[in-house]
Structure formats: C-alpha cells, structure tokens
Design a protein around this ligand. Structure first.
Ligand SMILES: Nc1ncnc2c1ncn2[C@@H]1O[C@H](COP(=O)(O)OP(=O)(O)OP(=O)(O)O)[C@@H](O)[C@H]1O
Ligand SMILES: [Mg+2]
Length: 329
C-alpha cells in the first residue's frame, strides 16, 4: 500500500492531525459504538452506587510525598520513558495513564509526569487541577523541587507530577532561560532510584516541552493510531530524536512503537499494522491497544482502565503491554 511513502510526501496532511481521532465512516461501526456507549452508561450508573468508589476515596487519602516510604532501588534501574508523538489524539495520554497504572498494579513503583498543558493525564487520574498550587510548570521555571509537586498514591504504586494550564506559558518562558532543554532532565534525574519507571506524557508538538522530554528520557514509546494518516509526521519526530541524540542525549532511542485504537473489523487497521510493522520491525510491541469505548469513558471517572473496567479488553491489553515493557527491561 505504501502508506508511509505517500504520507511522507504529503506534509500538509499533518494539519489535519488534531481532527483525526474519531474519523469513523462505517455506519455499522458507529452503531456499535453507540451500543457500547449505552452499555457503558448502564455500568456507570451501577458504579455510582457501588462501594468501590468509597474504598477508592480511602486509598487516595491525601498524604505528602515526604511521608512515602523510601523505595529500595538501584539508581541505574529506573527507566524513564517518554510517551511521544507530535500528532494529536493518537492515545499518548490514554497510554501514559493506563500503562503506568498497569505497571503499578504489577508492583512496580511508577511516577507519571504530565508534561502537557492540557493536563489530560492529571484529570484522567482524578486530579482536580483547580486545587493544585504547584505543578510541573513550577518545577521547570520556578525551581520548585519535583518532590513538592508529586501527588503520591493516586493508584497502586502510582504517583503523579500533575500539569495545569500554567504549563502553557512554559513553551514561551523557557526560550529565554539558561539550560532550557535540560530543566526536566535535572528534575527527574533526582528521582532516579526512587521509581522503577518514570513515564512522561508529552504534548502534541515538537516545541521546547517535548525537547525537554527528549533530553530527560532514556527511551521513547511512540503510540501510533491505526488510521490512514498513522505515519504522518513520524519522520519529523525521528529527525527531532536524532538531533537531540547527537547533541544532548546520546543514548536516546526508540523503546517501542505501540499500535493504538486497533479495530479488527476494518481493513485499514490491518493495513496500518502491516505498514508500521514493516517499517519499525521488532520495535513494535506485540500488544495492540483495541479501540474500545471503555478506554474513552474511564478518564471522566478519574480512573485508569484497570480500575474502571478491570476485566475488559482495554484493561487486558494494557496489562499485556506492561508485561512486555517489564520483559524489555
Ligand atoms: N483505545 C482507545 N479506544 C477508544 N478511544 C480511545 C482509545 N485510546 C484513546 N481514545 C480516545 O481518543 C482520544 C484521544 O486520546 P488521547 O487523549 O489519549 O490522545 P493524545 O495523543 O494524548 O491526545 P493529545 O495529542 O491531544 O494529547 C480521547 O478521547 C481518548 O479517550
Ligand atoms: Mg494527551
């Protein structure tokens, strides 16, 4: 099909990147989605009265990061993964939340750093952004230590450094700062040895925030949505990675490519899978994340999929992904 070659030529198509998350045309698919949404509503209503939510409130009782027990961990074993793709709506935040939670559920200590001014990872884990006094913006620009913004135990094994809309100013304000590309690296570097994984949710751009993530990360996890413009812009991302690798972070590399929103009913999904596997080879994770309405509902309940729909196919997929991540080391 040559999707990748065609797409590389069509640079203008990247302008459509932000509108592409829900481009379903097949009416039977739409009907299916509606059916599952209705089913989802029923589950939601049930959940509102279920005791689970009270238990969760207890688990999430506020305490500071300083009260956390120290983790016995060798500094060099912390893996810092940036979830990155400058294309919008490909499943970065969904993957950041659910992979982190799945790793946490598998007894790993995980810090999720929300580096996107949209703050989707923060709200998706139930953080009320209006109540936060300091966020990752203050770490990058006001010399606030990362420990002071971390909210511990949002789920089993999972802490978060949240983002608020203040972070939107960082792209501009960082420009005139010294060592502007190294701000995040210095901050998360101080957390090596305290976590098994540090996961960074990147914004959909290749601006200074993303460059900070490229400098701070050990490796990149690139989600690619199974739709026609899937590989659009990936060459640009790889170029940015190479530039940062040459000048600022010599060991940076791709950790894995993740196929998201896979729909086994469409030929297009299958063609994209073949194309991406053909191009990236063994870096592509065996696990593919299916398109399922539960994954899009979970953030509005402030829960990862492993809590919202633990037995569903979305949850199973992210647990499988977490196993692959642990196995890759
Ligand atoms: N596997 C999936 N099945 C169904 N819906 C999904 C799936 N993954 C993500 N979504 C939905 O697609 C939309 C985009 O996902 P998400 O926010 O994770 O993408 P993103 O790459 O972080 O976007 P942005 O570039 O704006 O940060 C969201 O509404 C999300 O709920
Ligand atoms: Mg996002």
């Amino acid at each position: 099909m040559g999707l990748f070659n065609n797409l590389k030529k069509d640079k203008k198509a990247s302008d459509h990147a932000f509108n592409d998350a829900e481009n379903y045309s097949d009416s039977s698919e739409v009907a299916d989605v509606y059916a599952s949404q209705n089913a989802g509503e029923a589950t939601v209503r049930q959940r509102e009265v279920a005791p689970i939510r009270e238990d969760r409130v207890e688990v999430a009782a506020p305490r500071s990061y300083q009260e956390k027990k120290p983790v016995k961990h060798v500094i060099g074993q912390t893996k810092i993964l940036a979830i990155i793709n400058q294309k919008g709506g490909v499943g970065k935040s969904t993957t950041a939340i659910n992979l982190s939670a799945a790793l946490g559920a598998m007894n790993k200590q995980v810090l999720l750093v929300d580096l996107d001014p949209q703050g989707n990872s923060s709200s998706g884990l139930g953080i009320e952004k209006s109540t936060i006094s300091n966020c990752i913006y203050d770490v990058l620009l006001n010399d606030v230590p990362l420990e002071e913004v971390i909210i511990p135990d949002v789920c089993n094994g999972l802490d978060i450094a949240p983002a608020t809309i203040n972070l939107a100013g960082a792209e501009v304000e960082l420009v005139s700062e010294m060592a502007r590309e190294n701000r995040l690296k210095d901050a998360v570097g101080s957390m090596r040895g305290k976590y098994d994984f540090i996961v960074i949710d990147c914004p959909p751009s290749l601006g200074l925030l993303t460059v900070n993530a490229l400098v701070a990360a050990d490796k990149l996890l690139i989600p690619i949505q199974c739709e026609f413009y899937a590989l659009e812009g990936v060459t640009k991302l790889l170029d940015s990675m190479k530039r940062v690798k040459t000048r600022l972070n010599p060991t940076l590399d791709i950790y894995g490519v993740l196929l998201t929103m896979y729909d086994n009913r469409t030929l297009l999904s299958k063609q994209v899978v073949d194309e991406v596997r053909g191009y990236f080879g063994r870096t592509v994770f065996n696990t593919m994340i299916p398109r399922t309405v539960k994954l899009s509902e979970a953030p509005s309940f402030g829960q990862p999929i492993t809590e919202y729909d633990p037995k569903g196919k979305g949850s199973i997929a992210y647990i499988e992904l977490a196993k692959e991540v642990i196995a890759r080391g």
